[in-house]
Ligand binder design. Structure first.
Ligand code: SF4
Length: 220
């Protein structure tokens, strides 16, 4: 639908006009959704190549209530998490991929510093195990095992070996699942474990620094 919506303008104004709106790597425009902890969430069509920070500040009105951005999951639920240091990355396919994010669906989930990353990952894994169609074993079983394991992390009952197993399992799903849904958990597990290691370590020690994960929680 998004591609079809661009066609009338390209026919009327020409392909060079459209291509000039983007960059050499990523031509034209894209529809972005800015959601989460911003002052003015919404949908906008913007030129490819715009820095992510410009989209968040000028379209999303910046982080809500003057708080600091902790993480952004650009490109939808299947993407990795990027942090403040990546906010000036241009919204191009190659550049976003290089920092472990992605343009994907164009949905930018902005999270401020009140968010527990483990709690967000738990919500994402709940979503993926629920959405798995069950056709292939790696995704049907893998998404459920990953969800059970993140519940264990949130409850302060996991070990470093469990985190290692989650990464190994999600990587094997990239190699063996039938479609993109089964490939998705690896990106956000890998980037959050690397970029929010302190937060994972605190949970392994039985402490949720933001007080959002409770010991008795085993489901969403
Ligand atoms: S990877 Fe795709 S086909 Fe396989 S179970 Fe998951 S959603 Fe279904």
């Amino acid at each position: 639908m998004e591609s079809w919506a661009s066609v009338p303008s390209i026919i009327v104004q020409g392909s060079d006009w459209y291509k000039a709106k983007g960059t050499e790597d990523s031509k034209g425009t894209k529809i972005f959704q800015i959601v989460g902890h911003v002052n003015t969430p919404g949908v906008v069509e913007a030129n490819m190549g715009l820095p992510l920070s410009t989209l968040i500040d000028q379209i999303g009105g910046g982080c809500r209530q003057g708080k600091q951005i902790k993480a952004v999951q650009p490109g939808g639920a299947a993407c990795g998490f990027i942090t403040r240091e990546h906010l000036n990355t241009p919204l191009e396919y190659a550049a976003m991929s290089k920092v472990g994010g992605g343009v994907g669906s164009g949905t930018m989930l902005v999270m401020d510093d009140t968010v527990c990353v483990i709690d967000v990952v738990k919500c994402l894994l709940y979503f993926f195990q629920h959405e798995s169609c069950g056709f292939c074993l790696p995704c049907r079983r893998g998404t459920r095992v990953l969800y059970e394991m993140i519940c264990k992390v949130a409850a302060g009952q996991a070990t470093q070996a469990d985190l290692d197993r989650m990464l190994t399992l999600s990587k094997s799903m990239v190699d063996s699942a039938n479609c993109a849904l089964g490939w998705s958990p690896y990106s956000f597990l890998q980037t959050t474990m690397e970029r929010f290691k302190d937060e994972y370590d605190a949970h392994l020690a039985g402490n949720c620094p933001l007080g959002m994960c409770k010991a008795e929680e085993h489901s969403h």
